[in-house]
Design a protein around this ligand. Structure first.
Ligand code: 5GP
Ligand code: ZN
Length: 116
């Protein structure tokens, strides 16, 4: 699983990244094409396609990701807050099919949904 997956290659060190955090289950690295002054991704080391493929066995891992996100955001200087985004499936705009949480901030972050 994950032989041709870009994020698995980054996890294995076959593609370089600007690392933010690493532990036995999770890796965080800066996005190659940032949408804000700070934009990094938190990925599972295990190849999991998307949130749609997650089940109860992934609950602790997903919980760890969400608990780690604010800690890493602060370390990256995001003391005022940040946006987390998880794109799921083609319909959710996902482009890399290896579960990841975007952590974005440091600039003007507009409301995500415009209602006017
Ligand atoms: P998605 O649209 O799947 O939620 O987000 C995929 C993200 O991965 C995009 O923001 C894109 O810029 C980023 N990305 C794609 N390839 C690479 C890469 O090789 N290295 C890094 N650091 N980011 C990547
Ligand atoms: Zn993968």
């Amino acid at each position: 699983m994950g032989d041709n997956c870009i994020f698995c290659k980054i996890v294995r060190g076959e593609i370089p990244c600007r690392k933010v955090h690493e532990d036995d289950e999770l890796l965080a690295f800066h996005d190659i094409n940032p949408v804000a002054p700070v934009h990094f991704m938190l990925v599972t080391k295990q190849h999991l396609v998307s949130l749609a493929e997650a089940d109860d066995s992934h609950a602790a891992l997903l919980g760890r990701m969400l608990v780690l996100a604010p800690r890493l955001a602060k370390q990256q200087g995001l003391h005022n807050g940040f946006r987390t985004v998880i794109n799921t499936g083609k319909g959710g705009g996902q482009e890399v099919f290896h579960l990841h949480v975007h952590i974005i901030g440091g600039g003007l972050i507009p409301p995500m949904v415009r209602r006017d």
